[in-house]
Write a protein that binds this ligand. Structure first.
Ligand code: ACM
Ligand code: ZN
Length: 549
């Protein structure tokens, strides 16, 4: 490795007392650290740091999860957990020290940014906010051996890192198949290890309502359970399989939210409307145009029964539900669906037609636009913003709504040009229910979206690159739809390592992206997955460095 002498100025010395002994140079590509997502800037320095048995973590109280995490990480390499001492404690001369420091002077790089310096004398993690310290700890975690009990030494480095996008998401569909809270904890742990920060949880759909709502116990008493599908179901849409059910109590969700906060993850709940609403219509009378009593659906696909847009009862219901959701979830954004809404029933319904007349709307598309705007108004009164799937662009976007572009990039482009925030999540690159290779996969769903395809995703489309509207693309998200994912093992298999590729898309700079390098770094990440008991698909020859999609 080529090293050049770095001249330390007095200011640099003051900032980085622990790294004075290092001689550093920018890391060449091949010598990049085995870390996913690739950090923005890495300098390799001479020497290494060996963790002594008496390692001490010196951290301010606000570092919270970051110092606890480091402590448990170090306990794997030492006899007991490393001790944590308050900020300002001098490093004992016989110990190796991990010093965590909150430094407001770094605020310009954003609250998730961090600087990590490893020198022979110790390790220093600095960030403007606790999230940055947490991510510095995640970087260290990947630099350390995955297996407990191995003596750890770290190469000397200086890393300066910050995310490209602020929404680095995964969506988990818990409606089609329910996944218990413990699985959600695991998913969030794996996400956090890869610096993903948004879990979008798809809580309601035609086949199941998964969140306890105090005012409407029937939503989970009835709506969380579906019977086995019968052969007759096969006539129109594919059957859902055996009887199935489950839901999160409010207490379960509070536990998920507590864990999410420790992991610096925002949970975005999705309450679907006006379509994908059969489980609600089956549970609470008077929500559909025809007023029929439906059953929780036992078929996949798009259902013609949707909430009646002409009925005040529907809005009373939704406002009570969303009021409880807004109170439970601390994040600013609530996902309100908006996708795949057949307009057939609205065309036939006197109440919906009267609404169109009374509001001066042109057609049923505008009726959906009016519906979403009314919901936005309500949620704004509760201090929340909405996000919806890109169909909400068609009926006229509610003024402050964000858009999740899934049918391609077009809906996202239109929304960004109109000044709306956009999360890119197109079926072409981001649908993790689609299979991962043409052959040898457990289920044939969708067309293959290979690892290289996900890695090659560019969330800012050429139409927007270099324009002010590019700033409206706030991130990228992978979607784990679970019609055909009926076990935790399969959910993880479909998610990883594609989720790691997406994590790099969303965090790393365009300039640092390099698929061959990613594959090499992935070889070091997979033992960490093994240690965490996370299932994944091992990349095959078809995923090699020359793969192009
Ligand atoms: C979707 O995949 N229907 C958003
Ligand atoms: Zn109606």
């Amino acid at each position: 490795m080529k090293l050049t002498m770095t001249i330390f100025t007095a200011a640099a010395l003051a900032l980085s007392a622990l790294s004075t002994a290092c001689r550093c140079a920018p890391a060449e590509r091949g010598a990049a650290l085995r870390v996913i997502p690739a950090p923005a800037s890495i300098e390799r320095c001479e020497g290494e740091f060996t963790i002594s048995p008496s390692a001490v973590i010196i951290a301010p109280e606000e570092a919270g999860a970051a110092s606890l995490r480091l402590s448990s990480l170090l306990s794997k390499t030492e006899e007991g957990p490393a001790s944590v001492a308050p900020a300002g404690t001098p490093c004992p001369s016989d110990s190796s020290c991990f010093v965590l420091e909150l430094d407001p002077s770094l605020a310009q790089a954003g609250p998730e940014s961090y600087e990590l310096s490893v020198s022979p004398e110790g390790v220093e993690l600095r960030a403007p906010a606790p999230a940055g310290l947490f991510y510095a700890a995640q970087t260290l975690r990947q630099m350390m051996p995955a297996e407990p009990g191995l003596a750890a030494s770290l190469p000397c480095v200086k890393i300066s890192d910050a995310p490209r996008f602020r929404w680095r998401g995964l969506m988990l569909d818990v409606s089609r198949h329910f996944f218990p809270k413990e699985f959600v904890f695991r998913m969030m742990e794996t996400m956090a290890a890869l610096k993903m920060n948004t879990l979008h949880i798809h809580l309601t759909d035609d086949q199941g309502w998964r969140l306890e709502i105090d005012a409407f116990p029937a939503l989970t008493k009835t709506g969380a359970w579906r019977g086995a599908s019968s052969p007759a179901d096969e006539l129109s849409m594919s059957p859902s399989g055996p009887a199935h059910g489950g839901f999160y109590t409010k207490q379960d969700m509070r536990e998920i939210l507590r864990r999410a906060a420790e992991l610096h993850i925002t949970v975005v709940p999705e309450i679907e409307m006006p379509g994908h609403a059969v489980a609600a219509i089956a549970s609470v009378p008077g929500l559909s145009c025809k007023g029929e009593r439906l059953k929780v659906s036992t078929r996949w696909g798009v259902h013609k029964d949707v909430y009646c847009a002409g009925s005040e009862r529907v809005f009373e219901f939704l406002e009570i539900v969303l009021g409880e959701v807004a109170e439970l979830f601390p994040g600013e954004i609530i996902h309100v669906g908006g996708d795949e809404v057949p307009k057939h029933n609205w065309r036939q319904c006197p109440k919906c037609q009267e609404r169109i007349r009374a509001e001066g709307l042109a057609n049923e598309e505008e009726l959906q636009g009016w519906f979403m705007k009314r919901i936005e108004n309500f949620l704004e009164s509760r201090g929340k913003r909405i996000i919806g799937w890109d169909e909400i662009v068609e009926g006229g976007l509610p003024p402050r709504a964000a858009v999740m572009s899934w049918r391609g990039m077009e809906g996202g482009i239109t929304a960004a040009l109109e000044g709306h925030d956009v999360v890119m999540s197109p079926t072409s690159h981001c649908y993790f229910d689609y299979m991962q290779a043409e052959n040898g996969e457990p289920r044939r769903v969708g067309r293959p979206i290979e690892l290289a395809k996900v890695y090659g995703f560019e969330p800012v489309p050429p139409a927007l690159a270099g324009t002010p509207a590019a700033e409206r693309i706030i991130g990228a998200q992978g979607n784990i739809w679970t019609e055909y994912i009926d076990s935790e093992e399969l959910a993880e298999y479909m998610t990883w390592p594609r989720g790691a590729a997406l994590a790099e898309v969303a965090w790393s700079t365009k300039e640092t992206k390099d698929y061959a390098g990613f594959l090499a770094r992935l070889e070091s990440l997979l033992p960490h997955f093994d240690a965490m008991r996370v299932n994944y698909r091992r990349p095959g020859p078809e995923d090699g460095a020359n793969a192009r999609f």
